[in-house]
Design a binder for this molecule. Structure first.
Ligand code: BES
Ligand code: MN
Ligand code: ZN
Length: 492
């Protein structure tokens, strides 16, 4: 399916399906919907609104066949104007594409630029949301199904006649397509069976698909770097751990240098502190942070910001076995700080401790880590918002704002020193966990001890990375959370 924007009237595209819209309560459509209404002799105002009482509730789709012209007009409800926002454009477009991809005759769709008319939103953002929604709406993880999801749509065309709006919207479409592709790629990686997706294959993917310089370190090399905490977590698996380091350098002098780190546990069985079956079931998603940073790099390679970006993944599997690390073990991490293993299932922070230390050696201006880190974060924020913490309040707030613009919700959790009180160890500098209470914040405090003074943001996506029931975007399973925010935060 091709998504593009054309500078012409919606009526000048010979499409099978014409998408227009209506805010709730509107009786006489204006703007482009009004133009279509007039061209079809008032059919929307007389028939759809007056006779059929279509109210324009958000997400409602009214299908109006025009047999004489072999076309269908779809009137999409935008809901209440004051509640309207860019994310709604994305979700609505995903819904439309999901629906019409199953319709044989819907080969060519033309769409109004939702939001840029009376709603007065930025045309670039609106176009971006439509492009993202359209691509997201085609997503399905069906590689292991004999019957694949069909998509009959060949072309999805957005139209805009106003020159200024068109220019902005064109940029939005380009940016949206790049972002959406990264998100779908991450979804594929996360949904993939851990049978096939393990440190080596993840590293291979990064090397071949990132578009940036990628170095992969093996166990011997990781050992030489002193990353014993990372190695301890992986030592129970038959799969060798891999340290993935991707770097993007702009042609011009970089304005700033950012390191992004993704938790890369390709399967989290819990280790010897084995998880119960129901908790283990979806733990192939424990590399969602890794997928987020790898696929963010794909977009960075295409968008070419004036920012130097390093992506780091300490990839391994957390398994119980005769060689697994054990509760009570003491490990000397890369920084020299010793860790007593209180629970082998709190493994993400142990790998991240070394990844953070590795990142800080690169002397970045800031570090962001993204991790499916704690069940506690999921309990606190559910599947709606992800957690944000760190050592630099201003940067955390900046990130949350950018994420909001990208249509992803992050919520700041406290990270007071006291949350670390439960981590005190009798035999080492710290334990890796101390109990269930305030677990997301305690994990944050644990991580903070492995960074000296670089500004740092920690993102906990445990509740949002993988959803078991269909979300507002129509996605089930891996969501690709974090990528849209990271791209926006890095490039703008
Ligand atoms: N990967 C899990 C966290 C998680 C839970 C992610 C649910 C996604 C959904 C993490 O490694 C873990 O097991 N955390 C433990 C820590 C505990 C032992 C202190 C948890 O949250 O239960
Ligand atoms: Mn775990
Ligand atoms: Zn984990």
């Amino acid at each position: 399916m091709q998504v593009k924007i054309e500078k012409k009237s919606i009526l000048d595209v010979n499409a099978d399906v014409i998408i227009v819209n209506l805010f709730e309560g509107v009786k006489i459509p204006g703007g482009v919907t009004g133009i279509v209404d007039k061209a079809f002799k008032g059919i929307i105002s007389d028939y759809v609104i007056k006779r059929d009482k279509f109210e324009g509730k958000y997400g409602e789709l009214y299908t109006l066949p025009i047999p004489s012209e072999n076309k269908t007009i779809v009137i999409a409800g935008l809901g209440k104007q004051k509640e309207f926002n860019p994310t709604k454009i994305r979700n609505l477009t995903a819904k439309i594409v999901r629906k019409y991809s199953k319709v044989k005759s819907a080969k060519k769709i033309v769409s109004i630029l939702h939001g840029a008319g009376i709603a007065g939103l930025c045309p670039q953002l609106c176009a971006q949301m439509i492009a993202e929604g359209a691509i997201s709406g085609t997503y399905s993880f069906d590689k292991y199904k004999t019957e694949k999801k069909e998509n009959n749509i060949k072309e999805f065309i957005i139209t805009e006649t106003d020159n200024e709006k068109f220019k902005k919207a064109k940029k939005g479409v380009e940016y949206g397509l790049i972002t959406a592709e990264s998100v779908n790629n991450a979804r594929d990686l996360i949904n993939e069976s851990s049978q096939y997706l393990y440190p080596e294959t993840l590293a291979e993917y990064a090397k071949e698909n990132s578009g940036v310089k990628t170095t992969v370190y093996n166990k011997t090399q990781i050992k030489k770097m002193g990353m014993n905490a990372f190695l301890a977590v992986g030592q129970g698996s038959v799969h060798e751990p891999k340290l993935i380091h991707m770097e993007y350098k702009p042609e011009k002098k970089a304005k700033r240098k950012i390191a992004i780190i993704g938790k890369g546990i390709t399967f989290d069985a819990g280790g010897l502190d084995l998880k119960p079956p129901s908790s283990m079931l979806t733990m192939r998603d424990d590399m969602s942070g890794a997928a987020a940073v790898i696929c963010t790099m794909q977009a960075i390679a295409k968008l070419k910001p004036d920012v130097e970006v390093h992506a780091i993944v300490a990839a391994c599997e957390n398994m119980p076995s005769g060689s697994a690390y054990k509760p009570g073990d003491v490990i000397i991490s890369k920084t020299g700080r010793s860790i007593e293993i209180d629970n082998t299932d709190a493994e993400g922070r142990v790998t991240l401790a070394d990844a953070l230390a590795y990142a800080e050696e690169l002397k970045p201006d800031e570090i962001i880590d993204i991790a499916t880190l704690t069940g506690a974060c999921m309990v606190a924020l559910g599947t709606v918002a992800s957690g944000a913490m760190g050592n630099n309040d201003k940067k955390i707030k900046d990130f949350i704002l950018k994420a909001d613009e990208a249509g992803e919700k992050f919520w700041q959790l406290p990270m007071d020193e006291e949350y670390g009180d439960t981590l005190k160890s009798d035999i080492a500098d710290t334990k890796n966990t101390g109990g269930r209470m305030g677990g997301a914040s305690a994990a944050g405090v644990f991580l903070s001890k492995f960074i000296k003074n670089t500004p740092w943001i920690h993102l906990d996506i445990a509740g949002t990375a993988f959803v078991e029931s269909t979300n507002k975007e129509g996605i089930k399973g891996a969501t690709g959370i974090g990528i849209r925010s990271l791209i926006k935060y890095i490039t703008e």
